[in-house]
Design a protein around this ligand. Structure first.
Ligand SMILES: C[S@@+](CC[C@H](N)C(=O)[O-])C[C@H]1O[C@@H](n2cnc3c(N)ncnc32)[C@H](O)[C@@H]1O
Length: 378
């Protein structure tokens, strides 16, 4: 096994959450930059990071980083990297690219140069001129930022938000990675009530239940690097077996998702059922105005409608005002609201204790955080 460098990529604003997740997994030597956290490990850490990271988008294997201002430089330095230690003779490999503020601004040319440099490397190793590309998948990325090229191979395949539980969806579902981050940015823990009164397809309650029961988010899916010889089958089996053992199977949670739309509740139930969490989350069809709050020290985390479409603004304004009224007397609750609506605080009638800028897909949003008191120690 060798020392390798891995990059957990993240959506803008979630780097600190990904960093905290990596620290909790035991990684210490972390470099946090815009949209990514770099950490060190061995081949065994590829399954660990892919199975356990909740808020990262992907895990990339960092092959090298260097300055490149000409195509010759890009070719030579790419060719010098140890591609042949990873990519198999029958490996299928494609090259993706991006370039920001750099002399090498043509992405398609940079991709072609990198592909050629990798092919030349593999020709020398496998003593062949022709590659079938019918085997495991290796997605290479050349990312050039201010003339510094970073070359990676994607170990994840489908983005890590694809947990494998979403069988049904409704309009504007939250990305699973973002929902997991919202929960981790809150004061919720598995002994407190979690309520999402606008739960839609159930992403926030389901992610909370997975966190509460310590279910590895990647346990129900496969990853591109499972076909790579250097990441041995045994590593994947060990990490999966350990994840099963670490699951808090009988832990009793208090998680409620409600929504006015009964189709959404049907979808949420199906999603929860597909991952065996139907007993752990109560889903109810209800207008949030009719919710009776029985518990104390609950945590509300929600993603209400934003009113982005023409004609919806008035309705959403009314909804935010009514949220202010409905949640007004919840003195012991902590309340978290994600919305793109910049008037939220004035409509809701209260200034947030903290506001965090995030992105929901391409939409710029704020995460309004209202902190309640800590629950008394049991
Ligand atoms: C942005 S979506 C939430 C998406 C959800 N987070 C998910 O991941 O699928 C907003 C939800 O609010 C619901 N909604 C709108 N008005 C409501 C009301 N008065 N009471 C409860 N839910 C409402 C909609 O039916 C919709 O499902």
């Amino acid at each position: 096994m060798g020392q390798i460098e891995l990059i957990a990529t993240s959506t803008f604003g979630l780097e600190a959450v990904v960093k905290r997740e990596l620290l909790n997994l035991g990684y210490t030597d972390l470099v946090v930059e815009n949209g990514k956290v770099t950490f060190k490990g061995t081949e065994r850490d590829i399954p660990i990071a892919n199975l356990w990271l909740r808020s990262a988008d992907r895990v990339l294997l960092k092959m090298g980083e260097f300055k490149a201002t000409t195509f010759e430089e890009l070719f030579e330095k790419t060719n010098a990297l140890p591609w042949d230690e990873w990519i198999t003779e029958d490996g299928e490999f494609i090259v993706e690219g991006k370039s920001v503020d750099s002399k090498l601004f043509s992405i398609s040319d940079s991709q072609a140069i990198v592909k050629k440099a990798v092919v030349e490397k593999l020709k020398t190793k496998y003593k062949t001129e022709w590659f079938k590309e019918t085997g495991a998948k290796f997605t290479i990325e050349v990312s050039i930022l201010k003339d510094i090229a970073t070359l990676t191979i994607d170990t994840s395949g489908a983005g890590l938000h694809k947990r494998g539980y979403r069988v049904e969806s409704v309009e504007a579902p939250l990305k699973e990675t973002l929902a997991a981050a919202l929960i981790q940015l809150s004061y919720w823990n598995k002994d407190r009530l979690l309520l999402d009164p606008f739960c839609g397809s159930g992403t926030i309650p389901i992610e909370a239940a997975m966190i509460g029961k310590n279910i590895a988010p990647g346990l129900n899916r496969n990853f591109a690097s499972e076909g790579w010889p250097r990441v041995e089958k045994e590593y994947w089996n060990d990490v999966r077996r350990e994840a099963w053992d670490l699951m808090l199977k009988d832990y009793k949670l208090n998680i409620i998702g409600s929504d006015i739309d009964k189709r959404a509740i049907r979808a949420a139930k199906e999603n929860a059922e597909s991952i065996g969490l139907e007993e752990d989350i109560k889903f109810i069809t209800k207008d949030f105005r009719d919710i009776e709050f029985k518990d104390e020290y609950g945590v509300i985390i929600c993603n209400p409608p934003y009113g982005e479409r023409i004609g919806e603004k008035g309705e959403v304004y009314r909804l935010y005002k009514d949220m202010g009224k409905a949640f007004k007397n919840l003195d012991t609750y902590s309340i978290y609201v994600l919305t793109s609506n910049e008037d939220f605080e004035s409509l809701y009638g209260k200034r947030a204790d903290r506001k965090r800028k995030l992105y929901n897909g391409r939409i710029k949003v704020d995460y309004y955080q209202y902190y309640g008191p800590r629950p008394p120690k049991k």
